[in-house]
Design a protein around this ligand. Structure first.
Ligand SMILES: [Fe+2]
Length: 319
């Protein structure tokens, strides 16, 4: 599990409290138009993740970017970069300089989108570390699927009880504790299978009680909707993105991406050897979806495919 810097956690805790006050009383994900939204990752986080992905020390980055090592430490400690430093660092780290500059200058956050009637946000946390879970409910049948637990089984079970939701699936993007913690309690209370990918389990570790391993081409019915999945490894070996196509009043595709992607950033690669895999996963499994696809990450604000294509500095491609 990867915990963020205290400074960033406080920033996010603030926006989460703000967002909570904007729910409609039923826990609907609701973000007011024009609201300033705080990204999960800062310029410093992005530089740190890209350097880690390259397998470089600070000295390596200093040499490759022609930026003094003392400045690298200061920038990774949240000092403001100059234009020249942004240019040099993005060049060395294969980041997009325009997109990186936007984030360094706090000029971009994903625009607010229309609330989705079927979606409830589980505003979870471990201590002051915020984490997202999502409940998707078919209003016509009352059946629902949970996408990660948000480490908050009580909150999930209370929401289910309040709305009389019949939980039929617990879809886990990856098995880090902040995403799967409490799944056993939710399974025990509802009987819903815990869907996850077998690659999350190495020799000696086994799926939890109630675990249902994802199979190629599998579709999980949730009321009138179908949940499909795409593999998105790199943050973890069995990292999974769950997808629901528009139908029955759902206007755009929705994807629950776990920690593969954050708005304007990525989750941390497991190691420098899986960093290229993570980049490829996000490009091929997530950023290839239709531009209007709504993306719901494990941390930080929701975004869209189009926003990430245009603003995520880890991708220099033209989409
Ligand atoms: Fe994670």
């Amino acid at each position: 599990m990867y915990f963020k810097s205290t400074q960033n956690s406080i920033g996010n805790a603030l926006i989460f409290i703000l967002s909570s006050s904007l729910t409609d009383g039923r826990g609907l994900l609701y973000v007011q138009a024009g609201e300033k939204r705080v990204l999960e990752d800062t310029f410093a986080d992005i530089i740190g993740k890209a350097r880690f992905g390259k397998g470089w020390s600070s000295a390596d980055l200093a040499r490759n970017a022609a930026v003094p090592e003392k400045r690298i430490a200061a920038l990774e400690g949240e000092d403001r970069p100059t234009e020249e430093e942004i240019k040099r660092l993005s060049g060395a780290l294969s980041l997009d300089p325009r997109k990186l500059a936007e984030i360094a200058r706090s000029e971009w956050t994903p625009r607010s989108e229309k609330p989705i009637r079927m979606l409830r946000w589980i505003d979870g946390r471990i201590g002051n570390y915020p984490v997202n879970g999502y409940l998707f409910v078919d209003p016509a049948t009352g059946e629902g699927a949970l996408f990660d637990t948000g480490y908050s089984p009580e909150q999930v079970l209370a929401q289910i009880k309040k709305e009389k939701i019949r939980l039929v699936a617990l879809c886990i993007t990856h098995t880090h504790a902040d995403h799967v913690g409490g799944a056993d309690r939710i399974h025990a209370a509802t009987g819903a299978p815990i869907y996850l990918h077998s690659d999350e389990f190495s020799e000696g570790s086994r799926p939890p009680q109630g675990g249902a391993l994802l199979q190629e081409g599998m579709e999980i019915p949730v009321g009138r909707f179908r949940v499909r999945y795409r593999r998105s490894p790199g943050h973890t070996p069995g990292g999974t993105t769950f997808l629901i196509e528009p139908s029955n009043g759902l206007e755009a595709p929705v994807a629950f991406v776990g920690d593969a992607l954050f708005a304007g950033s990525l989750g941390r690669a497991q190691s420098s050897s899986t960093y290229p895999l993570l980049l490829r996963s996000v490009r091929e499994a997530i950023l290839s979806l239709p531009g209007e696809t709504r993306l719901f990450p494990g941390h930080g604000p929701a975004t869209t495919v189009e926003e990430e294509q245009q603003h995520n500095p880890f991708f220099t491609d033209r989409f």
